[in-house]
Design a protein around this ligand. Structure first.
Ligand code: PEP
Ligand code: MG
Length: 747
């Protein structure tokens, strides 16, 4: 920026600051702004357009245009040049605006006399507030310096309380954080929670955007950047050799922290009159605006890294520490852009609920939240910007909805829902110790799925008869390096201690596909769900499998042990895995370790191929468990991780049920114990139908045991089976409608 433009820009910012600090308020204060800007930029026109609602901009103050048009002229988003600036979030600079495509002539403003046009979005930290326009009679193109100076002005303007008031937020931008907001995301873990916001990374509050002494501000900025670089280097040193993903992020931090372009832009911002904090925030704002437009996931990640880094820099500058002295509320609901599984485990069970702006249903944080049974909503747009520490918040994990600062009526309806749920919980508690025997006398074995030590207290509370699926990979996923054999043995031993003699089915490592170990070299596979995963990895790289088998045997310490191999697609794989177990047993014996009292080895049936395995397989395998999540995705060729298709096919589709029935029949013939441990086992209607086709063991999330048992106790499977068969004979696609009609008639 040239020196003269710089000093002009600083002068203008100084005048704006004086205007903003003056006693007059409201429209009168806003009216002063266009005068100051037009004078400084030597333009005839300056106009401030602000959003009335999400779709409409309103002319709110002007010099040069017809004053009668103020609060009358409105434009839709995308309409005319102003609407286009608002929509794209990018400036438009035209020496001859009426000749531009999309120019919309607004007669009441009298703007037809003006040819050149510069429109700049008014936004702060990614939030669009309006458009600032300058126009002049001559056909002049505004210089990059002028555009830049107006951007700085627009950012400072965004701070004005009047602006907040005009965009309908009451007393300025801060007031936006007092309004009720409803945010729709996705279910990460079911359940409802009420509490108060606890921001995982609280935002830094910047109040001084303008400064008079650029040399001092540049000195402050450089000092803070030096501190930032040192802290990033320290983080890198601490994490060296650890979590790959984390390292990648830190490397990106280092790259940005050393980026000359970033620093230069911030120095220019300071020269234009901003404080060091204002400069950081301006660059951060622009990165956020870009984030909203970039589709590429890698670039988005990098922009979000830059956002995090800017926050760190602001903390160095303002001296506001991480927590700002805030205290964890007694009923915290964690709000974060994203969070790692380790950090979440550190919070543990104190959290009432979790809301993540990013995250996904299958993310590691979601796995941990599920293990801790904490209601979780993921992909909740804008939650981090909207929420303030201490705000009241209600999380509906069932619907994927978040109510922030809810109105009284919402609070009441939400509490009614929670009370109904609590009543149901009471009912479930009363049947906790009853076996699940249906009206027709069938006994269904209900067990729980687990994967972390944090799951095990649920064993007592839920009434589970054991652990039907212990996903051992979770222990590997939540760490940033490979756990040691002794650590694993100790963990497995604790799990068995906590089970008090109940059967625990340990599934060997099921990695690959959606479960990628942070410390494993990533393999780039076109179709990871069909790729190198689970037992395929175990058999190709037997070192880890052997280590885990040893840990299991040592953890059992002479107690009965049950091992299950995941994703077995053919008999040979099961045999090869059993051979590994035999070898490990022989080795452990040689080493003098005590062997399990009994050893059962089973397999998961997760690919249709295994349903058609040779008879010998069904005779040899000691038990089978249907991994319905995977089996269903392969049966229907519908990716379980893909939101577009994952709910497309009904589990109660007659083709799928007929297929499951064939498996039941084969197991009956060979006397092979069969269970079902996919998510569907925990859905009462699905569980009932699985029982009706002859599956006698279901393993599910602990919270599902009560609802499933409650329905089983009231049901007659023989009658239900007849209803299902009739639907099949009629040619229904799914038995669900018939089953639902039948159940409704029962109550
Ligand atoms: C399944 O596929 O149904 C299963 C229980 O395993 P996971 O969900 O861990 O793949
Ligand atoms: Mg599976």
């Amino acid at each position: 920026m040239s020196n003269s433009t710089e000093s002009e820009s600083r002068k203008l910012l100084g005048r704006l600051r004086d205007a903003m600090a003056s006693d007059i308020e409201g429209q009168a204060r806003l009216n002063k702004i266009p005068h100051l800007i037009a004078d400084s930029m030597e333009c005839e026109v300056c106009a401030v357009y602000l959003f009335r609602d999400e779709e409409t901009l309103e002319l709110c103050a002007t010099v040069g245009l017809n004053p009668e048009a103020v609060h009358h002229t409105r434009l839709r988003l995308g309409e005319g040049l102003v609407g286009r600036v608002a929509r794209s979030g990018k400036p438009i600079n035209s020496p001859d605006a009426p000749a531009e495509p999309g120019f919309r002539y607004v007669p009441e403003t009298g703007e037809e006399q003006f040819r050149s046009f510069l429109g700049i979005p008014i936004q702060r930290l990614g939030e669009k507030l309006g458009v600032l326009v300058v126009q002049s009679r001559d056909t002049r193109a505004f210089t990059p310096d002028e555009i830049y100076a107006l951007e700085v002005v627009a950012m400072v303007l965004a701070e004005m309380t009047e602006l907040g008031a005009f965009v309908g937020a009451g007393d300025g931008l801060a007031a936006r954080h007092q309004q009720a907001v409803l945010i729709r995301g996705l279910t990460g873990q079911e359940g409802t929670a009420e509490g108060h916001v606890w921001l995982h990374e609280p935002r830094v509050v910047v109040t001084n955007l303008i400064a008079d002494d650029p040399a001092r501000e540049i000195g402050r900025l450089n000092e803070a950047v030096d501190k930032l670089r040192v802290s990033v280097d320290e983080m890198l040193a601490i994490n060296a050799g650890g979590d790959q993903e984390q390292l990648q992020v830190l490397e990106a931090y280092r790259m940005f922290a050393n980026s000359k372009g970033w620093l230069r832009r911030m120095e220019e911002d300071i020269s234009a009159g901003l404080s060091a904090e204002g400069a950081v925030e301006k660059e951060q704002s622009q990165a956020r605006a870009r984030m909203g437009q970039v589709q590429d996931p890698y670039l988005r990640e990098r922009l979000s890294d830059l956002d995090d880094l800017s926050n760190r820099l602001l903390r160095h500058l303002t001296g506001q520490c991480h927590r700002n002295g805030a205290e964890l509320p007694p009923d915290p609901v964690l709000v974060a852009r994203n969070i790692g599984p380790g950090e979440l485990l550190e919070y543990g069970r104190v959290l009432r609920g979790i809301v993540l702006e990013e995250g996904s249903v299958g993310s590691h944080a979601a796995i941990v939240a599920r293990a801790l049974a904490i209601p979780l909503v993921v992909r909740a747009p804008r939650i981090v910007d909207e929420a303030m520490n201490g705000n009241q918040i209600m999380v509906d994990g069932d619907q994927g909805i978040v109510h922030l600062r809810p109105e009284d009526t919402v609070v009441k309806a939400f509490r009614d829902k929670m009370a109904m749920k609590a009543k149901a919980q009471e009912r479930y508690r009363s049947i906790r110790d009853k076996p699940a025997i249906t009206l027709c006398g069938a006994r269904i074995d209900l067990t729980m799925n687990a994967g972390l030590m944090a799951d095990l207290p649920s064993l007592e509370g839920s009434g589970a008869e054991g652990v039907g699926l212990f996903r051992t990979e979770l222990q590997f996923l939540v760490r940033n390096k490979m756990p040691k054999r002794t650590e694993l043995a100790a963990l497995y031993s604790h799990v068995l201690d906590a089970a008090h003699g109940r059967r625990v089915v340990f599934r060997t490592l099921d990695i690959g596909s959606d479960k990628v170990l942070p410390y494993m070299k990533p393999t780039d596979e076109p179709n990871p769900a069909l790729g190198w995963r689970a037992i395929r990895v175990g058999l190709d790289k037997p070192g880890v499998m052997r280590m885990q088998l040893q840990a299991l045997i040592r953890g059992a310490g002479g107690r009965p042990l049950t091992i299950m191999f995941p994703f077995v697609a053919q008999y040979e794989e099961y045999r090869a895995a059993c051979a590994e177990v035999d070898k490990t047993i022989a080795r452990e014996k040689r080493l003098g370790h005590v062997l399990p009292a009994t050893l059962e080895i089973g397999a998961m049936l997760e690919t249709p191929s295994l349903a058609y395995a040779p008879e010998r397989f069904f005779q040899e395998v000691e038990f089978l468990s249907i991994g319905g999540n995977d089996l269903k995705q392969f049966f229907f060729a519908a990716d379980r991780e893909n939101e577009r298709v994952r709910r497309r096919y009904d589990t109660l589709n007659v083709s799928f049920l007929s297929f499951l029935e064939q498996i039941v029949e084969r197991c009956k013939r060979s006397n092979t114990p069969l269970s079902f441990c996919g998510e569907d086992a925990g859905r009462p209607i699905e569980a009932l139908c699985l029982a009706a086709i002859g599956i006698r063991a279901l393993s599910m999330r602990p919270a599902s045991i009560g609802p499933v048992k409650s329905l089983l106790l009231r049901s007659n499977l023989t009658e239900l089976r007849a209803v299902m068969d009739a639907a099949r004979e009629r040619g229904d696609q799914s038995v669900r409608p018939a089953v639902m009609d039948y159940l409704r008639a029962q109550v």
